[in-house]
Design a protein around this ligand. Structure first.
Ligand code: RB5
Length: 142
């Protein structure tokens, strides 16, 4: 599994822990910034990441901001991106199983590291179920 990761200043502090969780599981991870706590605009980083994910078939994205909300709103403007804001392992599991989500959005100010670990575990261990969910996912695109 290959992941692109990007964040704004409000998602910077937790990013290194997220990267470590993924590297410990031997996943490839590419950090697209921002790389400091200096203020930036979350849509800029969401758009950079989505373009990478769309060009790299089979890859996933992780976007982190304060709440995860702005990142998910920005990411879902891209045709072909299905970004899921997940606050727990169950939503992460269902985002993959039923929605075939390809971008995971996290809120650093909302979830702690233990929860993030369980979200990553659920995301990486769950496959899209297809079948009845396939045409629903196709209907998402306008
Ligand atoms: C930054 O203060 C904050 O607004 C941003 O990280 C994010 O939470 C927006 O949705």
């Amino acid at each position: 599994m290959k992941f692109y990761i990007a964040n704004d200043h409000a998602g910077f502090n937790i990013k290194s822990a997220v990267i470590k969780l993924l590297e410990d599981r031997d996943y490839e991870i590419i950090d697209l910034g921002t790389k400091s706590i200096n203020r930036v605009d979350y849509p800029d980083f969401a758009h950079i990441l989505c373009e990478k994910v769309l060009k790299d078939e089979g890859s996933f994205g992780i976007l982190i901001c304060g709440t995860g909300i702005g990142m998910s709103m920005s990411a879902n403007r891209h045709k072909g991106i299905r970004a899921a804001l997940c606050h727990d392992a169950y939503t992460a599991k269902m985002a993959r199983a039923h929605n075939d989500a390809n971008v995971l959005c996290l809120g650093e100010r909302v979830v702690g590291l233990g929860t993030i670990e369980s979200i990553i575990e659920a995301w990486t261990q769950t496959q899209f179920e297809g079948n009845r969910h396939e045409h629903r996912v196709q209907k998402i695109e306008l």
